[in-house]
Ligand binder design. Structure first.
Ligand SMILES: *[C@@H]1O[C@H](CO)[C@@H](O)[C@H](O)[C@H]1NC(C)=O
Ligand SMILES: *[C@@H]1O[C@H](CO)[C@@H](O)[C@H](O)[C@H]1NC(C)=O
Ligand SMILES: *[C@@H]1O[C@H](CO)[C@@H](O)[C@H](O)[C@H]1NC(C)=O
Ligand SMILES: *[C@@H]1O[C@H](CO)[C@@H](O)[C@H](O)[C@H]1NC(C)=O
Ligand SMILES: *[C@@H]1O[C@H](CO)[C@@H](O)[C@H](O)[C@H]1NC(C)=O
Ligand SMILES: *[C@@H]1O[C@H](CO)[C@@H](O)[C@H](O)[C@H]1NC(C)=O
Ligand SMILES: *[C@@H]1O[C@H](CO)[C@@H](O)[C@H](O)[C@H]1NC(C)=O
Ligand SMILES: *[C@@H]1O[C@H](CO)[C@@H](O)[C@H](O)[C@H]1NC(C)=O
Ligand SMILES: *[C@@H]1O[C@H](CO)[C@@H](O)[C@H](O)[C@H]1NC(C)=O
Length: 730
């Protein structure tokens, strides 16, 4: 998170002179056009309407029982920091209400009461009393937490809305006074690095919520506050509209690459957040070019910096797609939130796939199965996870960054990662823009309870092991008929092997009828189902096969459904005391778990575990754990070849925790051969940049869901091998 060396120089360049004129943002439209902001195509349900089931519920329970749900009790950055605790609050509110967990609800209620009861006379939320210390940016995260709370618990809505209005009036007067609290003046000590000015649009989501739901004759102030935030950022040189263009966007970035915009644009977490900037402004201005620019931003990232696992390859700053460079965990969390948000406005199916890609690959790979430790930086080719002998590989990440631990490198990820899964759950269902239809967009198991239109009370339950299996079973009850839609991922085949079967009972006659047809998704990838009043059921079966995605210089990665598959590297783990992120000194007990759950880990490949291979992706077999041998993930489990093109996996085949090596029941076997793979800067060299010379006899290598294998190789050199004998017992 902190900015060093060259970046400060860039910041000075952009911050000082970057002074473009503040763009004139029209403020006429709100009053003139009947209080309307641009509405989403798919509107998320109020927090608390979606509850998890199956494996996803297991995940949220692990999250609550792990670091996320316990750091409130001991972690110094939660109780002593005005910038980090808002991150925590923003993530724990949706966890508390998604799960309905009394202990976590107690934590967020305590925090809510504390901050509202201590709101200052002038409206400031937080303990800072001087101009020098009051920065507006981190307050945006408090507001994000507050609006979620107000949605989920109507008994708190009034006091939250009261507090927000008082705060907005203060923020407005600060911003009117030469952008106080946003731009650093004189001796100001908040945000000296410049993160706040790069994230000025973060005020939009909470203030648009306030404007739409509880404007209370304060809409002009709310509106102007949003504009002033943006104007201040523009003056400083942080206008994302100038960055998300073919001309300005850096395709690769090395220390010698000329880049004359601010450093804020090339910082991975900022980029993941900055994706929301044009759209946030679009809601106010209705300027369609901003919507188009959002699509452009998504495409630029996808082409030049999106990682195989769905995050942004950026070790603080983007460079190229070298799978050893890695990516900060916070980026995956922010990508999940941004892609869900963008999908709701653009409705493009590939953007929802992107959210799932990050949720099922980039995010879980960096979090330990039990949710007690995490990495700061994950590498897609990561043969070991330990303190490296050098940090030369990275811009501004230290040699300890790929260690699983409490705060390996900057602690922002410790406090920001909890938001990822709870928000993903909250966004997994959405209503259609007319409010009368419902869509299941992220295909995790759960239950959505809502009222469509004015009085159609609807309950949808989806039972699935997706993405580990490719079938989904819905049970639906509704007081009136409605249009239900299910998002069909772009990778699913729409041949006759992908089907939807529906059952419905005529509420007058009591007669049940069943139909089964080939999937026929609309142009946005939605499969529509006309649901009658009463109860009905539907089953979706998605047909697909493993996919090989080629990358530069004869390298490739392999996907199956929504999962990236990587070479599994069995490892030994040694727990060591967690260290302080800056000094590397062992942390005192005052900030670690009193029950002994916080550790850092050294993960190294087991003896004989190969990581240095090339693959022949024309020879891939799908295998699955033989049913009945599920309880023991170790070497004793036996596998059978899977030949059906629809992957049907039942709940009891999934282990808990699922994101651990051997826990997912479906694996791949890929023809491979050992090679000499150079080590550069104490990690695996960039594949495609060295000669590939096979050694020894080809074999079938074990590939598993990337998120389950903390040590892994996901991008591998491709070679042509003769047919390799397939022996299931290998
Ligand atoms: C506004 O703040 C900027 C940046 O600190 C400063 O250079 C400028 O002089 C201030 N303008 C006024 C009118 O105070
Ligand atoms: C900044 O701090 C210095 C030293 O404490 C003080 O003399 C000066 O007046 C301060 N400037 C402003 C603008 O507050
Ligand atoms: C809203 O504010 C305006 C101007 O301050 C005032 O004239 C008007 O009565 C207020 N309306 C309500 C509903 O409070
Ligand atoms: C900044 O870079 C852009 C794109 O490369 C270029 O068009 C522009 O002239 C540059 N501006 C300056 C001041 O160097
Ligand atoms: C990690 O290794 C670096 C050298 O690369 C060393 O300076 C540092 O002290 C080590 N950190 C820890 C926590 O062991
Ligand atoms: C989901 O399906 C399984 C059978 O695969 C069944 O045992 C379980 O009860 C179902 N759960 C729900 C919540 O419908
Ligand atoms: C239910 O059955 C009645 C009587 O056959 C029929 O009139 C009605 O259209 C049916 N409703 C639906 C939704 O099919
Ligand atoms: C539909 O009804 C048939 C026959 O009763 C049953 O076998 C099937 O499981 C039902 N399908 C769903 C999706 O409920
Ligand atoms: C491809 O290989 C060449 C030669 O080693 C190297 O210079 C180049 O950077 C590689 N390209 C990519 C995209 O990895």
């Amino acid at each position: 998170m902190v900015v060093l060396g060259f970046c400060v120089a860039l910041a000075a360049l952009a911050g000082g002179g970057g002074g473009a004129q503040a763009a004139a943002i029209s403020r006429s439209t709100y009053e003139e056009e009947g209080n309307s902001l641009v509405q989403p195509v798919y509107k998320p349900l109020d927090l608390g309407s979606v509850k998890p089931l199956g494996w996803f519920k297991d995940q949220l329970e692990l999250e609550a029982a792990g670091l996320s749900g316990n750091m409130f009790d001991f972690y110094r950055f939660v109780h002593d920091s005005s910038e980090a605790s808002p991150y925590w609050f923003n993530g724990l509110v949706p966890l508390a209400f998604g799960l309905g967990d009394e202990r976590i609800l107690g934590q967020v209620k305590y925090y809510l009461d504390y901050i509202l009861d201590h709101q200052q006379e002038d409206g400031w939320i937080g303990w800072e009393t001087t101009q020098a210390t009051r920065g507006l940016w981190a307050r945006c995260l408090v507001l994000l937490g507050l609006i979620q709370y107000a949605e989920a618990d109507p008994t708190q809505t009034d006091r939250i809305v009261d507090a927000m209005h008082r705060y907005v009036v203060l923020a407005h007067s600060m911003l009117q006074n030469n952008y106080t609290g946003l731009l650093v003046h004189g001796n100001d000590t908040f945000d000296t690095a410049g993160f706040g000015v790069g994230r000025t649009h973060e005020m939009h989501i909470p203030l648009q919520w306030l404007l739409e739901r509880y404007p209370r004759n304060n809409s002009e102030i709310i509106w102007e506050t949003m504009e002033l935030m943006i104007e201040g950022g523009v003056l400083w040189g942080a206008d994302w509209r100038k960055f998300w263009t073919d001309e300005a966007y850096p395709k690769v970035l090395y220390e010698t690459t000329p880049f004359n915009l601010s450093w804020v644009f090339i910082h991975g977490v900022n980029m993941a957040q900055g994706l929301r900037y044009p759209l946030s402004l679009y809601r106010n201005s209705k300027d369609k070019t901003l919507k188009q620019q959002t699509r452009k931003a998504v495409d630029l990232l996808a082409k030049y910096h999106r990682s195989l696992a769905g995050t942004i390859t950026a070790d603080e700053y983007v460079s190229d797609l070298n799978p050893s460079r890695g990516s900060e965990l916070c980026i995956a969390a922010e990508v999940m939130f941004s892609s869900a948000y963008i999908y709701q406005y653009l409705g493009d199916n590939d953007i929802a796939d992107w959210a799932e890609q990050a949720a099922f690959n980039a995010f879980p790979v960096s979090v330990s199965g039990d949710w007690w430790s995490h990495q700061y930086v994950q590498q897609e080719n990561q043969p070991w996870s330990r303190n490296l002998s050098t940090d030369d590989l990275w811009w501004d990440v230290n040699s300890y960054a790929n260690v699983f631990g409490l705060e390996p490198n900057y602690p922002c990820c410790t406090v920001n990662h909890p938001q990822a899964y709870p928000k993903f759950l909250a966004n997994s269902f959405a209503t259609t823009s007319d409010g009368k239809g419902l869509a299941h967009v992220f295909l995790v198991p759960g239950t959505a309870a809502t009222t469509l239109g004015s009085d159609n009370s609807v309950l949808v339950s989806v039972n699935t092991t997706y993405p580990f299996g490719h079938t989904l079973t819905y049970s639906i009850s509704a007081s009136s008929p409605f249009d239900f839609s299910i998002r069909i991922p772009t990778w699913a085949s729409t041949t006759s092997r992908s089907t939807i079967a529906t059952n419905s009972t005529n509420s007058t006659t009591g007669v049940t009828s069943t139909t089964s047809t080939t999937l026929s998704p609309d142009a946005n990838g939605l499969q529509h189902v006309s649901v009658p009043a009463g109860t009905s059921a539907a089953t979706i079966r998605l047909s697909t096969a493993p996919r090989v995605v080629p990358r530069a210089n004869d390298t490739a990665a392999i996907y199956y459904g929504a999962l990236l598959y990587a070479l599994a590297i069995e490892h030994d783990a040694v727990a060591v005391p967690p260290v302080e992120y800056r000094s590397g000194k062992i942390l005192p007990p005052s900030t670690t778990d009193p029950h002994g759950h916080t550790h850092d880990y050294v993960l190294t490949p087991k003896r004989g575990s190969r990581w240095n291979i090339a693959i022949d992706p024309t020879q891939i077999r799908v295998v699955r754990r033989r049913r009945g041998s599920g309880s023991d993930a170790g070497s004793s489990s036996s596998f059978e070849e899977h030949v059906d093109d629809v992957l049907e996996v039942s709940n009891d085949e999934l282990e808990n925790p699922i994101w651990e090596l051997g826990a997912p029941p479906v694996e791949l076997r890929v023809a491979a051969v050992e090679i000499d793979w150079p080590i550069v800067m104490d990690t695996a060299a960039d594949p495609g940049t060295f000669d590939v010379t096979p050694k020894g006899k080809p074999f079938y290598a074990r590939f598993v869901p990337y998120g389950s294998s903390k040590l892994h190789m996901a991008l591998l050199p491709v070679v042509k091998l003769q047919d390799v004998d397939f022996d299931i017992s290998e």
